[in-house]
Design a protein around this ligand. Structure first.
Ligand SMILES: [Zn+2]
Length: 619
C-alpha cells in the first residue's frame, strides 16, 4: 500500500469554536475589548495592591477574578493564531495574524503587568497572611507560586521593555527556526521513485524495516541539515547567549534555575534523577546488544536503534489507531474513552501530513472554557499510534481539569507529561494483552523499551548536552564544530560501545525544537516517564481502587504543587530510592524482551536475520 493510505488525509481540525477564519472581524473585536478591559483594570487596581500591610483579601480576590476573566478571553485569540499558524506555517496571512496577535497580546499584557509585580512587592508577612486567608483559598497555590519569582523579577519598566523587545529578539529567532525546519525538503529515492519528504517524514523512516532505507534516510537527514549549518548554529548560539543575559539580569544562579522554579522542583531532586539515569545506561547498552542479535548484526548503528524487531508490526491506518486508543482508554475507565472520543467526533484533531504544517505533535489546552486541540503527523508507524495515545492523554487531562479556573488549570512541566505517558502505557498494555503471536509481542515490547529509552535516557543526554552548551557559551561564540563536538560528547556515555556512530550524527542537535523554544524542557520527560512507571505499578497492584485517585489527580489540574497532588497516590520523589524504582521497571521490560528473544532466534549469530529478510518483503 502507498504512504497515502496511512497518511490520515482529510483529518484536519475544525478551529471554528475559536474563530471562523484568519480575517474574522471578531478577532479584532476581542483584542479591542481586551485592551479596554485591561485599561479599566489598570485604572481600578494600579497602586492598590502594593500598599502598606497589603490589600484586603476581598480586594485582591476581585482583582484576581477580573484578571482571570480577561486572560481567558485573550487565550481564545492567542490559541487561534498559533493553531492556525501550526496548521500552515508558510501561508503569509497566518504568519501575519500570529505576529500581529503576539504583538497585541504583549501590549495588553504590559498594561496589566503591574498586578503581578505589585503582588511581589507586598512584604512577606502581609503576603503570608493573604495566602493563608480562607477567602483566597482557591488561589493559595497560585499566589504562593507567583511569589517564588520575587527575587528574579525586575522593575516594571524593565519588564515591559524586555517583553516588547522579545518579539524581535528571541521569539523572532524561534520563528526563523520553525519556518526553516518546517519548509526543509529532503530528496529521497525509494522503490525507484524520487520523493520530496518533510522533516517528519524523513524522521519516520528510522522505523523502516529495510536497513538501506534507514541508512539512506539518516544520511539524507543530516546532509540537508548540514547545509543549513550557518543559520541553525547562529540561531542556537544567539538564543543561548540571550538566555545567559536574561539569567544574569534576573539573578538566576545557573541556567537551569528558572526552569526549576517554573517546574516547582529543586535542583537536588533533578540532579539525583539525572545521576540515577546515567547509572542505568548499562541497561540500555544490554538491550542494544540483544537487539543487534535479533537483527543479525554484529553491532547496531545509530540508524538501527528504532528498526522493527520480532516481526513487522502491522502498519496502522489512522482509523485503526483511533480504535486502539479508544479501546485501551475504555478498558481503564469510560471517563477516559468518553473524553478522548470527542477529539475525533468534534474534529479537535489534525493528523494528516502536508507541506508547511508544523512538524511533530502537540496538544494545546488553551483554557478551561475552551477544549484542547491535538496536532500530529500520522504516517502509519506503530510509533504514530503511541504518539496519538500520548497527545490524547494530554487531551483527556486538559478536558478533565476544565472545572479548575484558568490560574489553577496548567500543570508545571514535571507533571505535564504524566497523563500523556500514562496514556501510552494503557495502549501498550492493551496491545500486549490482546496479542497472541510472540513475535508481535516482542515487537511491542521492543517498541515500548525503545520509547522508554527515548523518553528517559535520550532526554537525560539532551539535558547534559544543554548543560555543556551553556557552560561553554560563557567562553564566547560557538562554531558549528563546537556544538557538534559537545553533542557527540553528551551521547557517548549512553551508547557506549554498543552502538556505532555515523559521520552525520554530529548534526543530531540541530533540528530539536526544545533547544530553541523551551530550554531545559527535556528533563521533564525523564521525570514524567519515571513517575508514570511508578504510578502504573501502583495501578497494577491496587487495581480498580487506583482509578478514582488517578482521575482525581487529573481533575485537580495545577491547583496545587505536584508533591501535594501526588501524595494521595503514594508518590514521594524526594525519597532517594524513588527514581531507581522506575529503572527497575525498565529492567523488567528488557528482561522480558531478552527472554522472548531467546525463544525466537534459533539461528547462530551472524546468520542473515531471517526476520529481517521476511520483514523487508512485507507491505
Ligand atoms: Zn507530551
Amino acid at each position: 500500500m502507498s504512504a497515502e493510505t496511512y497518511s490520515a488525509t482529510g483529518v484536519r481540525w475544525d478551529l471554528s469554536d475559536l474563530f471562523r477564519s484568519h480575517d474574522d472581524p471578531a478577532i479584532e473585536d476581542t483584542l479591542a475589548a481586551g485592551r479596554s478591559r485591561a485599561e479599566r483594570f489598570a485604572e481600578r487596581y494600579r497602586g492598590t495592591i502594593r500598599v502598606p500591610g497589603g490589600p484586603s483579601p476581598e480586594h485582591l480576590l476581585a482583582a484576581i477574578h477580573e484578571m482571570e476573566s480577561l486572560q481567558t478571553d485573550l487565550e481564545r485569540v492567542g490559541a487561534f493564531a498559533s493553531l492556525l499558524y501550526a496548521s500552515d506555517t508558510v501561508r503569509p496571512e497566518y504568519r501575519d495574524l500570529r505576529e500581529r496577535v503576539e504583538q497585541r497580546l504583549t501590549e495588553i499584557g504590559n498594561l496589566v503587568l503591574f498586578f503581578d509585580l505589585e503582588w511581589l512587592d507586598v512584604p512577606d508577612e502581609a503576603a503570608g497572611a493573604l495566602v493563608d486567608h480562607p477567602a483566597l483559598g482557591g488561589y493559595r497555590h497560585y499566589l504562593r507560586q507567583a511569589r517564588r519569582m520575587r527575587p528574579h523579577t525586575l522593575s516594571e519598566p524593565e519588564e515591559r521593555l524586555l517583553n516588547e523587545r522579545d518579539n524581535t529578539g528571541p521569539r523572532a529567532f524561534g520563528r526563523l527556526f520553525t519556518e526553516l525546519t518546517s519548509t526543509l525538503s529532503f530528496a529521497f529515492r525509494r522503490n525507484g521513485k524520487d520523493e520530496q519528504l518533510t522533516l517528519s517524514e524523513i524522521l519516520a523512516l528510522s522505523h523502516e524495516p529495510d536497513r538501506a532505507v534507514r541508512r539512506g534516510a539518516h544520511e539524507t537527514l543530516y546532509e540537508v541539515l548540514e547545509k543549513q549549518a550557518l543559520v541553525l548554529t547562529f540561531v542556537y548560539d544567539t538564543l543561548v547567549q540571550d538566555h545567559l543575559t536574561v539569567d544574569r539580569l534576573r539573578r538566576f544562579p545557573h541556567p537551569m534555575a528558572a526552569r526549576h522554579v517554573a517546574n516547582e522542583i529543586d535542583a537536588e531532586a533533578v540532579e539525583r534523577m539525572l545521576a540515577a539515569t546515567e547509572r542505568n545506561y548499562g541497561e540500555a547498552q544490554r538491550y542494544f546488544r540483544v537487539k543487534a542479535r535479533l537483527l543479525g548484526l554484529p553491532r547496531l548503528a545509530l540508524y538501527d536503534q528504532y528498526a522493527p524487531v520480532g516481526i513487522d508490526m502491522p502498519r496502522s491506518t489512522f482509523e485503526r489507531a483511533r480504535e486502539v486508543v479508544l479501546e485501551a482508554f475504555d478498558a481503564f475507565s469510560p471517563v477516559f474513552s468518553t473524553a478522548a472520543r470527542q477529539f475525533f467526533e468534534r474534529r479537535w484533531i489534525d493528523a494528516e501530513v502536508r507541506p508547511g504544517k508544523q512538524d511533530g505533535a502537540f496538544c494545546a489546552s488553551p483554557s478551561p472554557v475552551l477544549h484542547p486541540y491535538v496536532l500530529c503527523n500520522h504516517t502509519g508507524n506503530m510509533r504514530d499510534v503511541m504518539t496519538l495515545a500520548h497527545e490524547l492523554g494530554h487531551g483527556v487531562h486538559g478536558w478533565l481539569a476544565r472545572r479548575q479556573s484558568l490560574f489553577n488549570y496548567d500543570t508545571p512541566l514535571t507533571t505535564a507529561e504524566t497523563a500523556s505517558v500514562f496514556g501510552e502505557f494503557l495502549v501498550f498494555d492493551h496491545l500486549l494483552a490482546t496479542e497472541r503471536d510472540p513475535r508481535v509481542q516482542l515487537a511491542l515490547l521492543s517498541g515500548k523499551i525503545e520509547d522508554a529509552f527515548a523518553t528517559v535516557f535520550r532526554q537525560a543526554v539532551l539535558t547534559r548536552f544543554e548543560q555543556a552548551v551553556f557552560a561553554r557559551r560563557r567562553e564566547g561564540r560557538f562554531t558549528s564544530e563546537t556544538v557538534c563536538r559537545l553533542w557527540l560528547d553528551a551521547n557517548r556515555p549512553y551508547y557506549g560501545d554498543a552502538v556505532e556512530f555515523t559521520e552525520g550524527y554530529r548534526w543530531g542537535w540541530s533540528y530539536i525544537p526544545h533547544f530553541i523554544h523551551s530550554r531545559f524542557y527535556c528533563y521533564s520527560y525523564v521525570f514524567g516517564e519515571l513517575l508514570v512507571l511508578s504510578l502504573y505499578r501502583f495501578y497494577k497492584e491496587q487495581g480498580a481502587s487506583f482509578i478514582p485517585k488517578y482521575i482525581g489527580l487529573l481533575e485537580a489540574g495545577g491547583s496545587d504543587a505536584p508533591e501535594a497532588l501526588l501524595a494521595p497516590l503514594g508518590v514521594d520523589f524526594h525519597d532517594p530510592t524513588f527514581w531507581q524504582k522506575g529503572f527497575d521497571e525498565i529492567r523488567a521490560l528488557v528482561d522480558r524482551a531478552e527472554a522472548l528473544a531467546a525463544t525466537l532466534t534459533p539461528e547462530a549469530p551472524g546468520t542473515p536475520g531471517s526476520a529481517a529478510a521476511s520483514r523487508a518483503s512485507r507491505p
